[in-house]
Ligand binder design. Structure first.
Ligand code: TRP
Length: 378
């Protein structure tokens, strides 16, 4: 089975489609594979091993071991991640943000959170700048609802908070040639020059905390692997600019509810949005792709296939923290003891409970949003 060609995998910062072959991506992107030592060290500092570390959500990294060592030497460390606000947030987006919260608590780290409303406006024909900026603040509610610390989290819109970014952005832009971004991102002559400039802004955040605090602070970026091209070229210029190379820890994509690929906002039926009415979300789960067989008889006889089941993937990545219970579910699925309806109903309930709670936190975030927005350096 493993030799079967994957379906047209495409992974760029703007498009992720087809069957994702992570091994191939790791080679293509030249990143290190994640290992137990790193996961255990993160867990040691956090006091517990996060579900995402236990389940291999982070499959590759660059220099995360170095970032941890710097912390162990008593140095301050920082975090950076971001979001392109082009619509509502879905569960797949939340995975790295929950992980940022875990790392923020464990390493007492500031998190710089970039909202690339400029990027979304520049890359899409169906989004006005005003709409993209408005989505920044809507999506920020989701970020805050993940439980981040207002004292240590700095959310910013590229468009609204450019005064905090522009000077450092210029310095990065001056070091970055058109031929580099063309080779890495595939820009064409017909692309608008805003899109060509934007990488400088996404890159500069790697150095933003160092610049603001006037000392070098190791930066770790938890993000899905499609964003990697930015960090590759940032690493090439970092030392020349007097900064550390940014470290990365790469997450897998959460699958959508349909077969294959990742959860995608452009296929709303297959994604669970944080703003979905909980009952609606539950209905989407009931229509999800599973690893079930064609008939009940067949499934009782042959068992289900959790390894290709998206419903199982949701338990695995998010909704079943208890390792023992997860194994029990897998075993009873494979033996044909439980059927897909059982897992779906169970998951629908869990998602409804989760969303009800998350949506309360999200609404409460409106009151404190301002505390999370980047402030001028004192
Ligand atoms: N370009 C990203 C997107 O479209 C948003 C982003 C900006 C980001 N900075 C980041 C994502 C850092 C991860 C890490 O979603």
């Amino acid at each position: 089975m493993t030799d079967e060609p994957k379906k047209n995998m495409e992974v760029t910062p703007w498009k992720v489609s087809g069957d994702i072959d992570y091994d191939k991506l790791m080679v293509q992107f030249g990143v290190q594979s994640m290992n137990d030592e790193i996961a255990d060290k993160l867990a040691k500092h956090a006091g517990f091993k996060h579900l995402q570390l236990r389940r291999g959500v982070y499959l590759s990294h660059r220099d995360t071991d170095w970032w941890i060592k710097e912390y162990e030497k008593g140095n301050k460390v920082g975090l950076y991640t971001g979001r392109g606000p082009s619509g509502h947030v879905h569960l797949g987006h939340l995975l790295p943000w929950f992980f940022c919260k875990y790392l923020q608590d464990a390493f007492d780290a500031d998190l710089y959170f970039q909202m690339t409303d400029d990027e979304k406006f520049l890359h899409r024909d169906d989004l006005t700048l005003e709409a993209a900026v408005a989505l920044t603040y809507e999506n920020a509610l989701d970020v805050i609802a993940c439980g981040l610390d207002p004292e240590k989290t700095h959310i910013f819109s590229d468009a609204d908070h450019i005064q905090h970014l522009y000077k450092l952005g210029l310095k990065v832009a001056k070091r970055t040639t058109f031929s580099t971004v063309r080779a890495v991102f595939g820009f064409k002559n017909s692309d608008n020059i805003g899109a060509i400039w934007h990488p400088a802004l996404q890159m500069m955040v790697c150095f933003l905390q160092s610049e603001r605090e006037g000392k070098n602070i190791p930066c770790l970026i938890p993000a899905a692997i499609d964003q990697d091209p930015y960090w590759r070229i940032t690493r090439d210029i970092a030392e020349k600019m007097g900064y550390y190379k940014p470290a990365q820890i790469h997450a897998k994509f959460l699958p959508g509810l349909a077969e294959g690929g990742k959860m995608s906002a452009s296929q709303p039926d297959t994604a669970i949005f944080t703003t979905d009415p909980p009952k609606e979300a539950g209905k989407k789960v009931m229509r999800a792709y599973t690893g079930g067989r064609d008939t009940v008889e067949e499934q009782r006889k042959l068992g289900g296939r959790p390894e290709v089941c998206n419903v199982y993937a949701y338990y695995y990545f998010l909704f079943e923290d208890d390792d023992q219970r997860l194994v029990e579910r897998e075993v009873s699925c494979k033996s044909g003891e439980i059927l897909c309806g059982h897992c779906k109903t169970d998951l629908a309930v869990r998602i409804e409970v989760f969303l009800t709670d998350f949506q309360e936190k999200r609404e409460a975030a409106r009151e404190v949003l301002d505390q999370f927005i980047i402030k001028p350096v004192e």
